[in-house]
Design a protein. Structure first.
Length: 290
């Protein structure tokens, strides 16, 4: 409820604004040609933003990898929902161990992670590494975490080319998750475009090596945005090819059963659309399972 002071201030402000409008209307001269009551060409009814996929390639025995996770978290804090982080455990540093204290016995790896590693030859370059929208930077999409921020900054300011809307229907008893991804092209584009759906689990507590910690073996490390597997096929499904007109819409539906060991309340679906020719991601979206 407004106070008397607020009502008075608002009344005075509106009166002053009206007076200014009259003054400038009387003084300004508009030279021809001019357009009167020109219709707007911009749809301001709904606003969509570019969302960036940041893939953090990691492993639980990689002692430098926590720095990459911290970088991803900083980007989330800076850009909020415009950042979609996926943590992919892969390669040598993701191998399980048979230590007496059961450290590093948990298997974070996935078939999708293995396929991504093989496609982009990530593990041989050493971890941590990452990709920002799988965009080629200087001949390779692979980046050290120190380079993620500048790439993200250059992408988030762009208008989106695609809108993704995810609908999740989850049965807690059967643990069956049904997903629908509705895709709308906001601009005319040319290429071959695929859609991919994956599942993440957040806040998994388990071992992690950290060279900056004492001791360096952390038993209760919080693993975030962990890739649990593909919902679609690993490289997705083709949704458009050739010249794609603005306003083109497609819909893809998927179903999966969540593993009993996964905490469903901490799981989320990520859907992204990419150019199959270059592998570059053009839009990403995420939605919690429940």
């Amino acid at each position: 409820m407004r106070t008397n002071y607020e009502r008075f201030f608002r009344t005075e402000y509106l009166a002053f604004a009206a007076l200014l409008a009259l003054v400038f209307a009387g003084c300004d001269k508009v030279d021809e040609p001019y357009i009167e009551n020109a219709p707007s060409t911009v749809d301001t009814s709904t606003s969509y933003t570019r969302k960036v996929l940041v893939e953090d390639f990691t492993g639980h025995t990689c002692g430098n990898c926590p720095r990459a996770a911290e970088t991803a978290h900083t980007l989330e804090q800076l850009y909020g929902e415009q950042i979609v982080v996926v943590s992919v455990h892969m390669g040598f540093f993701a191998e399980t161990k048979t230590n007496p204290d059961s450290s590093y016995a948990y298997d974070f790896t996935t078939a999708a992670g293995v396929a991504i590693d093989a496609q982009f030859a990530i593990d041989p370059t050493g971890l941590p590494k990452g990709m920002v929208n799988r965009k080629d930077v200087g001949g390779s999409p692979l980046l050290p975490y120190s380079g993620w921020g500048s790439e993200v900054a250059g992408i988030v300011v762009l208008d989106p080319d695609v809108k993704i809307e995810i609908t999740n229907a989850y049965d807690e008893l059967s643990r069956v998750l049904d997903i629908t991804a509705d895709i709308t092209f906001l601009n005319s584009m040319n290429g071959t475009f695929n859609v991919v759906a994956i599942l993440l689990e957040d806040s998994i507590v388990n071992w992690q090596k950290d060279y900056d910690a004492t001791p360096s073996d952390i038993e209760n490390y919080l693993h975030r945005h962990v890739l649990r597997g593909s919902i679609s096929s690993i490289w997705g499904d083709q949704i458009a090819q050739g010249s794609v007109s603005s306003g083109t819409t497609t819909s893809s539906s998927y179903s999966m059963t969540l593993d009993n060991s996964w905490v469903d309340s901490k799981c989320s679906v990520v859907v992204y659309v990419y150019d199959a020719g270059s592998y570059e991601v053009i839009q990403a979206e995420t939605l919690k399972v429940k």
